[in-house]
Design a protein around this ligand. Sequence first.
Ligand code: NAD
Length: 423
Amino acid sequence: MGTPNVTLDQEINPWEAQSARFEFAARKLNLDEGLWKVLRSPSREIIVHFPVTMDDGRIEMFTGFRVQHSMVRGPAKGGIRYSPDVTLDEMRALAGWMTWKCAVVNIPFGGAKGGVICDPKQMSQGELERMTRRYTSEIIDFIGPEKDVPAPDVNTNEQTMAWIMDTYSMHMRQTVTSVVTGKPLNIGGSRGRQEATGRGVRVACDESLRYLSMPIEGCRVIIQGFGNVGSNAARLMMELGYKIVGISEQDGGLFNPNGIDIHQLVEFKYRNGSILGFRGAEAMPSEELLVSECEILIPAATENVITSRNADRIKARIVVEGANGPTTAVADDILAEKRIFVVPDILANAGGVTASYFEWVQDRQGYFWKEAVIIEQLEAILRESFDDVVRYAEAHNVNNRIAAYMLAIDRVAITIKQRGIYA
Ligand code: NAD
């Protein structure tokens, strides 16, 4: 599926990554040419240039984007990131990605992504707040509970969502909590949201083992990234009996063939700000851990870590993609040749957006569910989606990633056909 002879720069370009999978899956589906054209491009791209008064009184101009790929299945859904590297092309790719992710888990959302070009590490809280509020007011006509519902992403968090919610509410002259998800619990956030992506990763691992008739007992797991997704997945999996033998972070990794005590490691990282120096495991370079012996490898850190450079050395039987885009399209082919069972990102990390959907539903109901209800509903949706994807893969004789894309594209295409093209 990956185009051979591409440079590494092309291989890791998010637009290339998204479109390589889309084009391949659309062809396999025999997608109608007209629908192909509709789905290939985003429906709306908003670019705003706006001023912010900095702490020293200077006025700075910022550029922000919001790209809405599709809204046919419901309001658009997707994160907002703050970074110097934000580009319109990246927003386009990630917005499409969100459409497919929401469709795979069959929740009534389309896909969007937004961002502001800025360096949040160089900005004060006051500057970030003013920038967030002005950006919100610039895109206010295009967001809303029934239009487009942003969420946190790279360098944005609960506080950013609270500012967006407040700004939107001020303009609407009423409190509208359901305009964003990922809010603090106190102002319409949902129980279970923090660990939802890690929980979904665990469900994907459970289901993979069940599908391949492999036991949890003795199942060795290596996880790249010990942030929100990686640490929650590790903890929930250890509690179920998985043996977490390796954990890697940006500054180094840990290995223990008998299993790492994740509760202790979480506490150690909390106290020390790093996993390095933890006594319950040996130090091991991160790159080495990625290609070490294990049953399940979970890349849960960042994109483009499994590429043409290392895919042939991966020894895991199963790869469960906690991160977004950890595997390039070229590496997909190499993993497929090695018959590695891959649970693709748009399925494996969809626990987060599913819990966001629950947050939006609860905000609109004004009634908040108990954590046990959220866990039960989340796990049920993810199990069913896993089943849908592997059955689709079997029926069409394709790998899980292509099956997930085909299923998603098919669901969106059917909706467009049913609604018809307005002209
Ligand atoms: P995070 O910032 O909490 O954690 C990321 C961790 O990865 C950090 O601890 C960092 O040190 C580590 N890391 C970074 N580069 C690394 C490298 N090269 N090798 C090893 N470790 C490295 O982020 P997160 O929320 O856990 O998100 C992780 C990934 O999951 C991202 O790709 C994100 O887009 C994706 N994701 C997150 C959610 C969510 O709900 N948080 C939902 C869907 C997808």
